[in-house]
Design a protein around this ligand. Structure first.
Ligand code: PGA
Length: 255
């Protein structure tokens, strides 16, 4: 049974004071992690203090990115090994904003997946699709190729450490242009089929696949009810503590 996973992604929002205030509002009101896991991906600068601040709570702090080497002359980058030492257990890799704005290609993303795994951190590998591809009805090819290249060389025994997030870029940040629950489920199903093809049915049925892109209070419950959607990655709607808390408790509050 795949446990639901809700991940907020703050991107480059908030100051440390705002971050601590937000975390104080939610950290003691989260579900039992045996039933549902809740994580917040935050800017690198906040990681150390928020890890300390949330120790012993049901909130896990996640990194938004890392580099593919443990150390070296890489000005401005973040070592996966250093993240591990802080107690970080998950890192987002290959977010569409990293691919689009920072030119991260499939080979780089694959190296980052391996670096995270060797440091003992679970990657949340994001796979994208563009509006153009969607209009061309060609998104299947796009999504599958990113899954294959992102997982290249990842052993079957390592796959239980990997989470995949299906994030169509046309749905990200728009606020209202989320994929329909059917489209989102179709994307997640396709990713699961690809993993079954690359590995086998057993691991494909174990790996968690999230949907991300304009997830909000109105659509979270329906998305979470879909068979192949094991969780969501929430950007904009995670910035407000009250909204995020309601979304995490979607079973009670969801529309
Ligand atoms: P959004 O962002 O919820 O604001 O669309 C999702 C993401 O970037 O992961």
């Amino acid at each position: 049974m795949r446990k639901p996973l809700i991940v907020g992604n703050w991107k480059m929002y908030k100051t440390i004071t705002e971050a601590v205030d937000y975390v104080d509002q939610i950290k003691d009101a989260l579900p039992d992690p045996e039933q549902e896991e809740v994580e917040l991906a935050v800017p690198t600068l906040f990681l150390e203090s928020l890890v300390e601040h949330t120790r012993g709570t049901n909130l896990k702090i996640v990194a938004e990115n890392c580099f593919y080497q443990d150390e070296g002359a890489f000005t401005g980058e973040t070592s996966p090994l250093a993240l591990r030492e802080l107690g970080i257990k998950h890192v987002i890799i290959g977010h569409s904003e990293r691919r689009r704005l920072f030119y991260e290609d499939d080979a780089t993303i694959n190296k980052k997946v391996h670096a995270a795994l060797s440091a003992g951190i679970c990657p949340i590998l994001c796979v994208d699709e563009t509006m153009k591809r969607k209009q061309e009805h060609d998104r299947i090819v796009w999504v599958v190729s990113q899954v294959i290249s992102g997982l290249q060389g990842v052993k079957e025994s390592e796959l239980s450490w990997v989470t995949i997030a299906y994030e169509p870029s046309w749905a990200i940040g728009s606020g209202n242009e989320a994929a329909t629950p059917q489209e989102a489920n179709e994307g997640c199903y396709l990713i699961r089929q690809t993993i079954a093809h690359l590995y086998n049915d057993e691991v494909a049925n174990q790996v968690r696949i999230l949907y991300g892109g304009s997830v909000n209070l109105s659509n979270i419950k329906t998305l979470m009810q879909k068979d192949d959607i094991d969780g969501v990655l929430i950007g904009r709607a995670s910035l407000d503590a009250t909204t995020f808390l309601e979304m995490v408790n979607y079973q009670r509050f969801g529309h």
